[in-house]
Design a protein around this ligand. Structure first.
Ligand SMILES: C[S@@+](CC[C@H](N)C(=O)[O-])C[C@H]1O[C@@H](n2cnc3c(N)ncnc32)[C@H](O)[C@@H]1O
Length: 294
């Protein structure tokens, strides 16, 4: 068999497609997604494109070991994660990721497990809500927001839709100054919605995203061949810190990116969501390193 790579976050399949073409018919891509709609849509698209060397796994990437056992694969040549939310999920008005949607504030990647965000917000204590928004969303006004959520559920009725959540947050968070400069020194005219950080914090908590990342990272040296690579693209400073510290502290990995790789100005103009993306790569130490031609 040729090279075997894992894409832990299939999404719309951009990365999986590129890797599947690069490894050719003798190679294999094992592609995970917790979101069954992403798996269905992308599997259909890539099959139509003629790619047959992909195994689709509807599961959390943290269960990589189990999936490899089932496929009878001892170790792989590389693992890629592109964590967070996909553009398709953001655009889906039924799932609560979009701030303006009248859909329920669900926020789960996999709606077959766990509890939707609106149910959790009905039961969590005010203190816990504030901690989640502060820790995972880095929202300075988390206490005010948590108080407003609890006030609404006790004096009126619990919030249910994404729009209701966004409105509560917007009323408690001042708008950011518009005249910020971006990392290229240009005036950043984008107007960041004050609800962005709270949605992100809640989503990370609902999906236990940092636990999944931590668990995959810790098992990655067991599943990657010597010379194979682990690459993670993250969009959030907390996630980036987890990756950076793990790569630095794990003796079986050699860090290839002393500083994270970021998108250049041209890419950010083409794809504004790339602005906060950071890529870090580490190599499994040991003999028999394949030549990646990089
Ligand atoms: C940023 S998108 C990936 C985009 C993809 N690289 C592409 O080229 O289209 C992230 C995807 O990962 C999925 N995801 C997030 N956390 C996951 C996890 N722990 N296990 C499996 N899939 C996950 C999400 O459902 C989403 O579809």
């Amino acid at each position: 068999m040729g090279d075997v790579f894992v894409d832990g976050t299939l999404g719309a399949g951009g990365h999986t497609e590129r890797i599947a073409r690069a490894v050719g018919p003798n190679g294999l891509v094992i592609a995970f997604d917790r979101d069954v709609t992403a798996i269905d849509r992308t599997e259909r698209r890539l099959k139509q494109a003629g790619l047959r060397n992909i195994r689709y796994v509807h599961a959390n990437y943290r269960f990589l070991g189990e999936a490899l056992d089932r496929l009878g694969i001892a170790a792989v040549d590389g693992i890629l994660l592109d964590i967070g939310l996909s553009s398709d999920q953001l655009a889906d008005r039924e799932r609560g990721f979009s701030f303006e949607s009248e859909g329920l504030l669900d926020l789960r990647f996999d709606t077959s497990e766990g509890q939707p965000a609106y149910e959790l917000l009905e039961h969590w204590s005010e203190e816990h809500i504030a901690d989640v928004l502060f820790q995972y969303g880095e929202e300075k006004f988390s206490r005010r927001i948590a108080r407003a959520i609890v006030e609404k559920r006790t004096t009126e009725k619990p919030l249910r839709t994404a729009r209701e959540f966004a409105e509560i947050v917007r009323r408690r968070v001042p708008r950011e100054k518009r005249d910020k400069r971006d990392k290229f020194g240009n005036h950043n005219s984008r107007n960041i919605d004050p609800a962005t950080r709270s949605f992100q914090g809640l989503r990370i908590a609902v999906n236990e995203e940092l636990d999944s990342l931590d668990s995959l990272l810790k098992s990655s040296p067991d599943h990657v061949k010597p010379g194979g690579r682990v690459a993670v693209i993250s969009f959030h400073s907390l996630e980036d810190r987890v990756v950076k510290n793990y790569f630095r502290d794990e003796d079986r990995l050699n860090v290839l990116t002393k500083k994270p790789i970021i998108a250049d100005e041209e890419e950010c103009n083409r794809n504004p969501r790339a602005r906060s993306a950071k890529l870090r790569v580490a190599e499994r130490v040991g003999r028999g390193a394949p030549d990646f031609g990089i």
